[in-house]
Design a protein. Structure first.
Length: 160
């Protein structure tokens, strides 16, 4: 039982964190983007995510104790979306898909917090900073633009 609890608490958080490493060119890409004045420096992301992952892990620990199935599934869903977002934004560099991904993350996280408010108010409170940061990241995702012009697609058939 204890092993399952540890796995539920730390494996999803580790997977979401490792998913962020899937976009190896993230620092270079972030530096190149046209960002609004309110965009944080790249150096801010590491410390912020370290704290957020500790809070997410603590909420997961509390969730695994109660074995609340619906909240647990929402928790895993939002962490999966968390792992996918950097790949979409930095790896594939698709602003629309990454914006959709992070919007879904925001919704799943919001629903999890609402559900947990009744079941475990402490776990819900632990996730609020994460929701705030995710909302900020969503606005930043929407506000940035890539200065690199896209290459035109080559026509397969020449005009006659």
């Amino acid at each position: 039982m204890a092993i399952r609890r540890w796995l539920f608490t730390f494996a999803p958080v580790a997977a979401a964190g490792i998913g962020g490493f899937g976009a190896r060119n993230a620092p270079r890409t972030y530096r190149r983007l046209r960002k609004p004045r309110w965009a944080p420096p790249a150096a801010a992301f590491g410390p912020v995510w370290s704290v957020l992952y500790l809070l997410i892990g603590a909420a997961g620990w509390r969730l695994s104790r109660d074995r609340v199935r619906a909240s647990g599934l929402l928790h895993l869903l939002q962490l999966a979306l968390n792992a996918v977002w950097p790949v979409m934004f930095f790896g594939i560099r698709n602003k629309r898909v990454s914006l959709l991904t992070i919007a879904l993350l925001d919704c799943a996280l919001f629903m999890e917090i609402l559900k947990l408010r009744r079941e475990d108010p402490v776990a819900a409170a632990l996730l609020v900073p994460y929701l705030c940061w995710s909302g900020f990241a969503t606005a930043l995702n929407a506000a940035v633009s890539d200065p690199t012009p896209k290459k035109p697609h080559r026509r397969l058939v020449k005009d006659a």
